[in-house]
Design a protein around this ligand. Sequence first.
Ligand SMILES: [Zn+2]
Ligand SMILES: [Zn+2]
Length: 835
Amino acid sequence: MDPNYNPQDIEAKWQKRWAEEKLFATEAEPGRPKYYVLEMLPYPSGDIHMGHVRNYSIGDALARYMGMKGFNILHPIGWDAFGLPAENAAIKHQRHPSEFTFSYIDRMRGQLQRLGVSYDWRREIATCVPEYYRWNQWFFLKMYERGLAYRKQSRVNWCPQCETVLANEQVVDGCCWRHEDTPVIERDLEQWFLKITDYAEQLLDDMKQMVRWPERVLTMQQNWIGKSVGTLVDFTVDDLWKPLRIFTTRVDTIFGCTAVFLAPDHPLVEMLLANSKEPTRLRAEVERIKFSSIQARVEADLAKVGADTGFTARNPYNGESVPIWLANFVLMEYGTGAIMAVPAHDERDYEFCTGYGLPVRTVIVPEGAAANAEANAPLHAMVDYGRLVDSGPYTGLKSEEAIVRMTRDAEANGFGKGTVQYRIKDWGISRQRYWGTPIPMIYCETDGIVPVPENQLPVVLPPDVKLTGQGRSPLANVPEFVNTTCPKCGKPARRETDTMDTFMDSSWYFYRYTDPTIATAPINKEAVKYWFPVDQYIGGIEHAILHLIYMRFFTKVMRDIGLVDFDEPVARLFTQGMVIKDGSKMSKSKGNVVDPTQLFAKYGADTTRLYILFAAPPENDLEWSDSGVEGAFRFLGRVYRMVAKHADKLQGVGAGNLTAQERASLTPEERRLVRKAHQTLRRVTEDMEERWHFNTDISDAMKLVNELTDFDAAAEAGTIRPAILKTALEFLVTILSLFAPHVADELWEGLGHSEPLLKASWPAFDAELAAEDELEYPVQINGKLRARIQVAASAGEEEVRAKALADEKVIQHLAGLRVVKVIVVPQKLVSIVAR
Ligand SMILES: [Zn+2]
Ligand SMILES: [Zn+2]
């Protein structure tokens, strides 16, 4: 072997070999156990970044490990290729978005291949081609048939710069996430929605099946879905005789209600304005609260502001009239857009009411407390359940009983009812953009909304379009696209010109990998049956709510239309941490980006991968260190030179399991080396099965390298048998192949193997060989450490006890005392009690 480590040559050589041998190409093999490793598909932004490198290095380590364990591996990659950035670049440079997209894909594909990830490139997909997005349209039509896709007027966040609708998550400090100094405005638009709310209960319920998802992600999804069981209660607006319906989860506190809060865009507001004695003041207040409410939507800690409308509403439980206020934190989209204010028993109401001088009235006291409703105004809201006081006929009841009784009474008296509310809203998918999937709908003057017949799919994006970044949907400016004929009556009609949210594309892409070219259906049921569920999905925590909820919703719809026969697509989820440099996430705008391709050129892909897995546990954030990269490079050089030095003479030597005779005849030195090798293998194997602390796996490998270096002289002098040395080196190289696969294959070949490591099996550790010969026990006398003893690892409790009592130091300390008790904690310590 070449005595010097030359990563550029080694990596080029193995990438070529892997491609020629189609090492990563897999097919379904019914009957053979499979493992589907999936990393979130990247947006083709032009260059891979360190976050990608981390994501894919984690996935690759797992794919290679499971591959060597004998599983049939599916490890695909593709491109989330529609979206705003390419369109914005196209507007800027007056070129077509597809030019940018495909050139970026080519560049990033090259970079991923240079990284040497074990992808089956034959399965690559791009979501922006009609062969793919026609199935988005097909899914849309299926949902429309089932009443799951519908159109409604809705109020949206609108960025005047992007000229598009923004999701709440895209509004930062009241401004656009891309245009930090452009305040978001509100607009009313006709939009297409998918009825994800129909699945809210299932999305919650099926979390029971997601036992291998991070608790944190499940909690975030639960909060996003936001189920609350409560009561609808109809107040009556005084003088106007108009019902005002509020939603509360705590009807037991309603005798403590001292105001009603309205969302500023509540439909009743117009009526209040029309009847107000001071309409000018009220109009101004409404506008002020409206503006503040846009901000409050996205900032939980924004100051609570409100305004008195001058009207009152009557509480049907006690007939009392309370003032109606506008409040910036009450959202029209949640509940009924109106809530009762119970400052004594809700923190937010407390903050608001004490700030505005509204009364605070206690109606719940802790269980067992003196029932003294005349108590002074509390300093905080008492939000717990307790016993009702000063609550008319319900006084004395426990909260739980009161909620049931009071809800029942509301129903009986016709002023309310029990209900379940969700925070999650239907998924608005309309985008006034070009670079997305056209929504397959037609508007006819006679027939209204008419779906495009399935056999006319795909509705293809017209290639010639002028993108200006101004005004309405770009497709509306393409007459050849817009003007069509009605499928029903054949008369001239107009196409929908909005395109779909790109989250549609990523909601089912991972099914397509199992048969990426199937043209007759979105997915190949047989292939899906074999490969699903995804065994391991890996990506950033930032996708916890949107993508990871939408893909679950899609799977349930696919199940209901008979495409799949399971509820959940992903068995296990892993969320990796961010890559940080100089205290913040690497980003172009912060100027703290380390370009992976420069590292490939300087150190090689193996060093980059090894470093990124060594620098931190994969779920933690990773603080970048240039000297750490240097260290990883030096380590690989050291391993390379050490193995290369022995490789030639070990080529023809057999390795692997020791015979009984070899086992019996191990010299102490050999025993030590064998033990260390099996211990390292054991630790890495156990870790790969559960925790993925690649950083400790790599440091274990480093310790093994140190150990092997200590044996160098003995190995060269021939006092260690070659087969034993070779086994230890092979363990090391096999472990290394998870993190630095190119150099590992080079060394594996140097040790005499003709096929890449992925075709070898992961070696089994031998627990007996890995066991320590002796264990050290600290010995305490009356709680004080007095001695340390060495005992054979196989020794029983009795033997440990005897050895402790026979120890010279122990005997000295026991002089003149009587031993009362000896406690042996196996493998831990001996504790002696003496008087
Ligand atoms: Zn914007
Ligand atoms: Zn028609």
